[in-house]
Design a protein around this ligand. Structure first.
Ligand code: XMP
Length: 525
C-alpha cells in the first residue's frame, strides 16, 4: 500500500473521523493521530497534507492542545508564511493557526455560530473553485479569528472571517465544517483541498478487506501463536461483516459467539442464526469457522431488571457481557477477543482523541484477560456496508438497520427494565416495524426506536379511566449516526401506528419524536 498522503491531527472534535470518511469516499486514505503522537510519526513519514481538526477547547484555555512542532510552518522576515506540508485548519485548527502565527482569536458574542449559516466565498481561491459564491455551511464555534496573521488574506466571510489563506495557498483555514453533510458543498471543498495537495486515489474496499485480514493475522500468529479467536456477533452488519472477513483466514480458529441477552427484538435470534450460518458456510471457505449461541436472557434480566439509569444499565450489561465472553474465551482456548466496534462507538465513548464522552458503548474500553481486537475501529457504518457488499453478503445483512448491543434494555426509559416492560416494547417494536414494512417506508429510515416511557398518564378506554404507559416512536435518517434527522411519518401512518399501539390495555398515549441529533441522540439513553 502507498504511504499515507493525509494526516489528520485530532484535536477532539466530534467530527474528526467524519473527515477521514469523506476523504476515503473521495478515494484517499488518511491517518488520524492525537496531537501528541504527531511529531513522532512525522519523523518517519512524509504526508502530502495535514488537516487540523476542530476541538471543544478554546486556544486561550489552559491545556489547549498545541500545533505539533514538526509541522514546519514558519514565519519569514518578509511576513511570508511557508509550510512544509499543505495545511488545512478546520474550526479550532484555523483558530490555532491564526493564534500561533500572530493573528487574534476572541469570543465576540455576535459572532458565535451554531448550526446552519451562509458564507460568502472568494471563488477565485483554488479551495473554493467550482463552489457557489453564497453557500450554506455548518458552523459550531464560540471563538472566532478576529484578526488575521500577517501574510494571510480572508477568503470567506459570514458574521466575521470564515476562511483564510497565506500567499502561496499552502496554509489554509476554514471556520466552518466542510466534513458535515449540512455543509452543502463541503465535499467539493475537500476535493479541492485534495487537488491542491496533489493527492492520488489510493483507497478501495477490497484493499481494505485484505488489509484487515493481514492486520489480524499478523497479530494472532505472532511468535508462532496458534491460539483461537473469539468474535462477538450480534447479527448486525458490523459483527457479521467482520465474521465474513475473518472466517476465510482463520477458519476453525474462529469462534463466533452470539448471546441471547433477553433484549433482542422479535424473531431476531432465529434471523441471527440463519444469517451467520449462511455467512460461515459459504463454499469458498475451506475450513469452516464455528458458531456458538448462548442463552443468557435470565441472567441479564435478573441483573439489570430494576435499573432505571441509562449508564448504570450499560455498566451492568457490560459486566455480564464480559463475564460470558471470558467464559467462552477460556472454553475455546482463545488468545484473542475480536469485536465489530466502529469509529462512531469509539468517538461516542470518548475514547478517540479528546472527544467528550457521550455514551459508554457496551463493547468499548473493556479490559480483557486476553488481547482485544477492534479491526473495524476506523470505519463508519456506511463503509462497513460497502465491505459487506464487496463480500457479496445478502442485502438483509449489508443494508440492515443498526440495533444497540444492550438492545431493548435501552428502550425502557425511566422505568425498571422488567421482563413485562421488555415484552411490551418488543411487541410494540414489532407492531410499528410491520406497519412501516407494509407502507414500504423502511427504505427512508436509518433506524427505528420504539421506547416505553416511564411516565404514566390518564386515558379513557371503553368509557373507563385508565392510568397507563406512554410509548415514544422515533425514526431517524442519517448516514453515519454522528448527526441524524428525525423522520416525519405521513399522517395516515402516524394514525395507524397510534391506533395499533393503543390497542394494548396499558398503553394510553403515543408520542412521536422528531428531534435531530444533536441536540438529541438516536436512542433515548
Ligand atoms: P446514539 O443514541 O448515541 O446512537 O445517537 C448511535 C448509534 O449507536 C447505537 N447505540 C449503541 N450500540 N451499544 C451499541 O452497540 C450501545 O451501548 C449503544 N448505544 C447506542 C444506536 O442504536 C445508534 O445506532
Amino acid at each position: 500500500m502507498n504511504n499515507i498522503q493525509i494526516l489528520i491531527v485530532d484535536y477532539g472534535s466530534q467530527y474528526t473521523l467524519v473527515i477521514g470518511r469523506i476523504l476515503r469516499e473521495l478515494g484517499v486514505r488518511s491517518l488520524i493521530l492525537p496531537p501528541k503522537k504527531v511529531d513522532e510519526w512525522l519523523k518517519n513519514n512524509t504526508p502530502k497534507a495535514v488537516i487540523l481538526s476542530g476541538s471543544n477547547f478554546s486556544v486561550h484555555q489552559k491545556g489547549a492542545p498545541e500545533l505539533p512542532k514538526l509541522l514546519g510552518i514558519a514565519l519569514h522576515k518578509s511576513h511570508e508564511v511557508k509550510s512544509k506540508y499543505q495545511i488545512l485548519g478546520i474550526c479550532y485548527g484555523m483558530q490555532l493557526l491564526a493564534h500561533k502565527l500572530g493573528g487574534k482569536v476572541a469570543r465576540p458574542l455576535a459572532h458565535r455560530e451554531y448550526g446552519p449559516s451562509i458564507v460568502t466565498l472568494d471563488t477565485k481561491h483554488p479551495l473554493f473553485a467550482g463552489v457557489t459564491k453564497k453557500t450554506e455551511v455548518w458552523a459550531s464555534h464560540g471563538d472566532t479569528v478576529i484578526k488575521l496573521p500577517k501574510g494571510f488574506a480572508s477568503i470567506a466571510t459570514s458574521e466575521g472571517i470564515a476562511a483564510m489563506s497565506n500567499k502561496d495557498n499552502r496554509v489554509l483555514g476554514i471556520q466552518f465544517h466542510p466534513e458535515v453533510v449540512d455543509t452543502k458543498e463541503g465535499r467539493k471543498i475537500l476535493q479541492n483541498f485534495l487537488e491542491l495537495s496533489k493527492c492520488e486515489k489510493d483507497w478501495n474496499p477490497t484493499d481494505l478487506i485484505h488489509q484487515i485480514q493481514k492486520e489480524v493475522l499478523d497479530i494472532v500468529n505472532k511468535d508462532g501463536n496458534k491460539k483461537n479467536v473469539v468474535l462477538g456477533v450480534s447479527g448486525g452488519v458490523d459483527s457479521t461483516t467482520l465474521s465474513a472477513i475473518l472466517a476465510p483466514v482463520l477458519g476453525k480458529r474462529l469462534f463466533c459467539v452470539a448471546i441471547d441477552t433477553g433484549g433482542l427484538r422479535e424473531g431476531e435470534l432465529s434471523e441471527l442464526k440463519a444469517n451467520m450460518k449462511s455467512v460461515l458456510s459459504q463454499e469458498r471457505f475451506l475450513r469452516k469457522a464455528n458458531l456458538v449461541v448462548i442463552d443468557a436472557s435470565e441472567e441479564f434480566v435478573k441483573n439489570i431488571g430494576k435499573t432505571i439509569d441509562g449508564e448504570e444499565k450499560r455498566a451492568k450489561f457490560r459486566e455480564i457481557y464480559q463475564k460470558i465472553f471470558e467464559e467462552q474465551i477460556k472454553k475455546h482456548n482463545a488468545g484473542f477477543i475480536a469485536q465489530g466496534t466502529l469509529a462512531t462507538d469509539i468517538i461516542e465513548s470518548g475514547k478517540a482523541g479528546k472527544s467528550a464522552m457521550i455514551k459508554t458503548h457496551h463493547n468499548v474500553g473493556l479490559k480483557w484477560k486476553v488481547e482485544d481486537l477492534h479491526p473495524l475501529r476506523n470505519l463508519f457504518k456506511y463503509e462497513v456496508r460497502e465491505l459487506a457488499r464487496v463480500l457479496r453478503l445478502p442485502s438483509a445483512i449489508s443494508e440492515r438497520n443498526p440495533f444497540p448491543g444492550p438492545g431493548l434494555y435501552l428502550r425502557v426509559v425511566g422505568a425498571p427494565v422488567s421482563k413485562e416492560n421488555i415484552e411490551l416494547v418488543r411487541e410494540a417494536d414489532k407492531t410499528v416495524a410491520d406497519i412501516l414494512k407494509k407502507h414500504n417506508l423502511n427504505k427512508n429510515i436509518s433506524q427505528l426506536i420504539v421506547a416505553l416511557l416511564g411516565v404514566n398518564s390518564v386515558g379513557v378506554k371503553g368509557d373507563e379511566r385508565v392510568y397507563g404507559h406512554s410509548l415514544a416512536v422515533r425514526a431517524v435518517q442519517t448516514s453515519d449516526f454522528m448527526t441524524a434527522k428525525g423522520y416525519y411519518f405521513p399522517e395516515e401512518v402516524m394514525n395507524e401506528i397510534t391506533s395499533a399501539l393503543t390497542k394494548h390495555k396499558n398503553i394510553v398515549r403515543v408520542f412521536f419524536d422528531m428531534t435531530p441529533k444533536p441536540p438529541a441522540t438516536t436512542e433515548f439513553e
